[in-house]
Write a protein that binds this ligand. Structure first.
Ligand code: MN
Length: 202
């Protein structure tokens, strides 16, 4: 069964002024669509057609580069849209807030580590907050469209927050100022959605 691109769960201008409408439309309608289309081409006629997107990512070392790049691209963007939202930002509450405090000391420290992970990722990639196999939170980053679900990732775990640091995620509004985007995107993070993923991952 072929994978499909779902509509954004909010209007393309809903994240203004933090992430602009043009960037959202090009990012979702063209870039994400291309990952979906190219993933479907790459797995056509193979066993991977019968697997979930998560299972393909977990066993990515078995597949060619086109599956890694586009299967990662589809998974990563699906997650990204789901953890952003209008009227968002702020800080997590509840159990996630407690886990952040016990792991990082404070929310500000988590934010700093995520921003550093994104800012120091050379070229294209992602910054992540993950739940590791032992249930602990960790911050990591991956190159290209890799993610922490992949059996090739340096730090493996279940991603509960991903921040896209490809230039296509910010260049129209922020040009070369990736740190400015990494500050603004925190105003669009839906921590309730991240907390729900945290509960599911534990
Ligand atoms: Mn992207």
């Amino acid at each position: 069964m072929a994978f499909e691109l779902e509509a954004l769960p909010y209007a393309s201008d809903a994240l203004e002024p933090h992430i602009d409408k043009d960037t959202m439309e090009i990012h979702h309608d063209r870039h994400h669509q291309a990952y979906v289309d190219n993933l479907n081409k790459a797995i056509a006629g193979t066993d991977a057609e019968n697997l979930s997107l998560e299972d393909i990512n977990k066993h990515i070392s078995k597949y060619p580069a086109a599956v890694r790049n586009n299967g990662g691209g589809h998974f990563n963007h699906k997650l990204f849209w789901s953890i952003l939202g209008p009227n968002a930002g702020g800080e997590p509450t509840g159990e996630l807030a407690e886990a952040v405090k016990s792991t990082f000391g404070s929310f500000d420290e988590l934010k700093t580590q995520l921003q550093n992970a994104g800012a120091t990722r050379f070229g294209s990639g992602w910054a992540w907050l993950v739940v590791k196999a032992d249930g602990q939170l960790a911050v990591t980053s991956t190159p290209n469209q890799d993610n922490p679900l992949m059996d090739v990732a340096e730090v493996q775990g279940t991603p509960i927050l991903g921040i896209d640091v490809w230039e296509h995620a910010y260049y129209l509004k922020y040009q070369n100022k990736r740190p400015a985007y990494l500050e603004a995107v925190f105003n669009a993070i839906n921590w309730d959605a991240v907390a729900q993923r945290f509960q599911e991952a534990k």
